[in-house]
Design a protein around this ligand. Structure first.
Ligand code: PAF
Length: 306
């Protein structure tokens, strides 16, 4: 496995390989969710490049950039075992040298949900992803469903900038009790970890209601909120229903803004997403409604498809 530390080294490596390239961008602290992205990339492509870079520009003031878990040696071992061909692991100075001043901004769908809580986050994500695409020139790039808005923003950028890379969206990997895998789960205390299952429980409740025919957004959201409110350690940042294709808002807690009050139409797939705090740790989760769309094919067809 090639380990590349500088943009120049990745450009040089890229010139030596031909055929399809799968790119798996990560910030490291790899878990089974990342490895499932790698597995899909391995199955689909001749070569797989993974990047490990804790990207400073997507962290806001007071966020966890310094504390973000860094486990490079263990990550490299996992990637070698998974059959990755090359790992790109630059430093912040390599990616943003002195005098750096260029950013990529996707304007509208970055303003709500995570974007409303973390105003500079998506500008950092789209900038680094664009740079990684330029360096690796991937045929297909792989992203996890868990960061659903990130997927929608990246798909928008790819369409708007005519980037010749396909985006694959891989379903969220979960622990046995339903908690979505995340590098940030290590921040949770034992008690918080036990309570955190309320996110997936809440989504399952809403999903069951949807399948029974419930289409009132406030009833679906309230079902999730009730589950989370039962956990004293959990504090809701937001729970929202948006259309899956464009992220057009339908309803959100805590604003109690119910939009039109009804779903757009029965066939329009929806994204139910939520962010919940446990102490200083924010956990995200989401599901498409109807539930059977939470597959690679369903997500690729609908999530952020425009
Ligand atoms: O999802 C992530 O881990 C990051 O946002 C990404 C896409 C690697 C960009 O830094």
């Amino acid at each position: 496995m090639h380990i590349l530390h500088t943009p120049e080294a990745l450009i040089a490596y890229r010139k030596t390989v031909s055929g399809t390239i799968g790119l798996v961008p990560t910030m490291g602290a790899l878990h089974a969710g990342h490895l499932s992205l790698v597995e899909h990339a391995r199955d689909d492509n001749r070569h797989v490049i993974t990047t490990i870079f804790v990207n400073p520009t997507q962290f806001g003031q007071g966020e966890d950039f310094a504390a973000y878990p860094r486990t490079l040696d263990a990550d490299l071992q996992k990637l070698a075992d998974a059959g990755v061909d090359a790992v790109f692991t630059p430093t912040p100075d390599n990616m943003y040298p002195q005098g750096y001043q260029t950013y990529v901004t996707v304007e509208h769908i970055t303003q709500q949900l995570e974007g409303a809580m973390r105003p500079t986050h998506f500008r950092g994500v789209t900038t680094i992803v664009n740079k990684l695409f330029n360096l690796a020139q991937p045929t297909i790039a792989y992203f996890g469903q868990k960061d659903a808005q990130q997927v929608c923003v990246i798909r928008r950028m790819v369409r708007d900038l005519h980037i010749p890379t396909e985006i694959a969206i891989i379903p969220t990997a979960r622990e046995a009790d339903g908690l979505a895998m995340s590098s940030r789960n290590v921040y949770l205390s034992g008690e918080q970890r036990a309570s955190a299952v309320c996110l997936s429980r809440g989504m399952m409740r809403a999903s069951a209601l949807y399948h029974e025919g419930e289409r009132q957004p406030h009833r679906l959201l309230q079902a999730v909120a009730d589950e989370i409110d039962n956990e004293p350690l959990a504090q809701i940042d937001y729970i929202a229903v948006n259309t899956a294709r464009t992220l057009a808002p339908i309803a959100v807690i805590p604003d109690m803004d119910w939009g039109r009050g009804d779903m757009p139409n029965d066939d329009e797939p929806l994204l139910l997403s939520l962010t919940v705090r446990f102490g200083k740790t924010r956990l995200l989760d989401n599901t498409l409604l109807p539930h059977h769309l939470n597959t690679r094919a369903g997500l690729t067809q609908f999530l952020g498809a425009g």
